[in-house]
Design a protein around this ligand. Structure first.
Ligand code: ZN
Length: 500
């Protein structure tokens, strides 16, 4: 880790009233032709510390307290929207770029807007491209953040780490043009289109007579075309075949056609926005039934027929990918089915598989890495928040007890938003535990899931709690970064991502 803090040189620091408390992040100092910049902090907050010979150009464009002496100008620039924009202009590598075209990409959700510097440290070392700015509409609502602030936080943290390798910004799980427009406006470089509102999953398991009735109501031309396309001959994949029965084809047509038409509209919108500026990920994972291989093939083929350019596709895999815990299910079966999904993606050759709810799936990671040969997108969202809670559990036990109790109050509402099967009744009351035992609550499934899904109550609803958490993580920044480093390196190693 090189997020080490170093004392700011006296000749600059002494220009400010409390400058003797200024420290900068070791890898952050960078220069343009007209000014020098570093990410710094004092006992209260993080800020950009800028120096220049003249109070002009980009230096002058930053807002903040400006002082001068010893022949230089210095500025303490707060982490505002305006300053993020000036920083991106001066140092273009702090702005997001498309990354799904890279072999291996990794979504690191950061609900707090504090984790990306530690994430960035890892991506200096490993051969994968990160998506640091990534939130779903659900997360934005619950944390009361905006896409603007999510990208701005990533901008500052990338600068803090001195990470120049490029990162993406994902408008995650978007379902409507309203939200898509909102994300495009602030410059996301990836858009995850969640088709769940356009799917008709009831046709996956309803009786055949209902399927036939609905299918036969379609025009004869449509049916004839579908049957010609999908029933003429099986499709040979590398080691398996895709062979539609008439029944499965009818189900696919009924489940997916509306969603494919919607995806085509979104695809056209992205083309109009500027070809290659925003990667499209297609997500059909937010549904109760696993995506059968025939269904995956049908979706990819229908998108191709509609000329939709997409970079990745997230099926719903067999077994349970629940938030913040390991894979639940039969690993041999997962291996078999995941292998078929890989073969389908390889058959089309134009997109890669995306694994959602991808954090903490330690037993499945070696399979994912091996069968894709490292060609995948993995998305994690809440696990960095859990690492924050874990850091607090040992660094600030009193605050952790408050969080834990509040989580129980917030649980009924959170369970309406997240699919979780843990038995929360087994969790002990905090007053029965010593401080030393508190971190153990982050090692068990119900404890992790309780704290994983109730973040909205801590970060969005309760300003006082929000402030306490941010304060604790500011004071205990090292502990939090260390947690993140270990946790994400474990992911990276098990996935077989090679070192650079
Ligand atoms: Zn998903």
């Amino acid at each position: 880790m090189s997020l080490k803090l170093v004392k700011v040189a006296a000749e600059t620091a002494n220009l400010f009233p409390n400058g003797n408390e200024f420290f900068f992040y070791e890898d952050s100092p960078k220069s343009t032709a007209s000014f020098d910049a570093m990410m710094a902090r004092d006992g209260k907050e993080r800020f950009l510390l800028l120096t220049a010979k003249e109070n002009a150009g980009d230096f002058a464009a930053f807002e903040g307290e400006t002082v001068s002496g010893n022949g230089i100008f210095a500025k303490k620039a707060p982490l505002t929207e305006k300053n993020a924009a000036v920083l991106r202009k001066a140092f273009p590598w702090t702005a997001p770029v498309p990354v799904l075209n890279k072999k291996c990409s990794f979504g690191c959700g950061d609900r707090l807007g504090l984790a990306s510097a530690a994430h960035a440290e890892l991506f200096k070392k490993y051969d994968a491209f990160p998506v640091f700015a990534q939130q779903s509409i659900r997360e934005l609502t619950l944390t009361k953040r905006t896409y603007r602030s999510v990208i701005d936080d990533a901008t500052f943290l990338v600068f803090q780490a001195g990470y120049m390798g490029g990162y993406g910004a994902d408008g995650d799980h978007l379902k409507s043009f309203e939200h898509i427009d909102m994300a495009l406006e602030v410059g996301v470089t990836m858009l995850t289109l969640d088709l769940s509102d356009e799917l008709h999953p009831a046709f996956a398991d309803c009786c055949i007579c209902e399927v036939e009735k609905a299918y036969n109501a379609l025009s004869a031309d449509v049916r004839e075309n579908m049957e010609k396309l999908y029933l003429s001959a099986p499709v040979q994949l590398k080691s398996s075949k895709i062979e539609f029965s008439k029944e499965e084809l009818m189900r696919c047509v009924l489940i997916y056609t509306d969603a494919m038409d919607f995806a085509a509209e979104v695809g056209a919108k992205l083309e109009a926005h500027g070809a290659g500026k925003v990667d499209l990920e297609i997500s059909v994972d937010e549904t109760s039934a696993p995506t059968l291989p025939e269904h995956h093939f049908f979706v990819a083929n229908e998108l191709k027929r509609r000329n939709v350019t997409f970079a990745s596709l997230a099926p719903r895999f067999i077994g349970e990918f629940q938030k913040g815990i390991d894979y639940i299910g039969d690993l041999a079966e997962f291996r078999k089915q995941f292998g078929q999904h890989v073969e389908i993606a390889d058959f089309f050759g134009s997109y890669k598989l995306s694994v959602h709810s991808g954090s903490d799936k330690f037993s499945a990671f070696p399979i994912i890495g091996e069968l894709t040969n490292g060609h995948f997108h993995l998305k994690t969202a809440g696990t960095s928040w859990l690492e924050a809670v874990e850091a607090i559990s040992f660094a600030d036990p009193k605050l952790f007890r408050e969080i834990y109790n509040k989580a129980f109050d917030a649980l009924p509402a959170a369970l309406k938003l997240y699919h979780i099967t843990a038995d929360f009744s087994v969790l002990p009351k905090e007053e029965t535990l010593s401080d030393d035992q508190l971190p153990e609550l982050l090692k068990c499934v119900p404890g992790r899931q309780l704290l994983h899904i109730t973040y909205g109550a801590m970060l969005g609803e309760d300003q006082d709690m929000h402030n306490k958490i941010y304060r604790a993580l500011f004071v205990h920044e090292d502990e939090y970064n260390k947690q993140l480093d270990e946790h994400f390196e474990k992911h990276i190693k098990l996935l077989g991502i090679p070192a650079k």
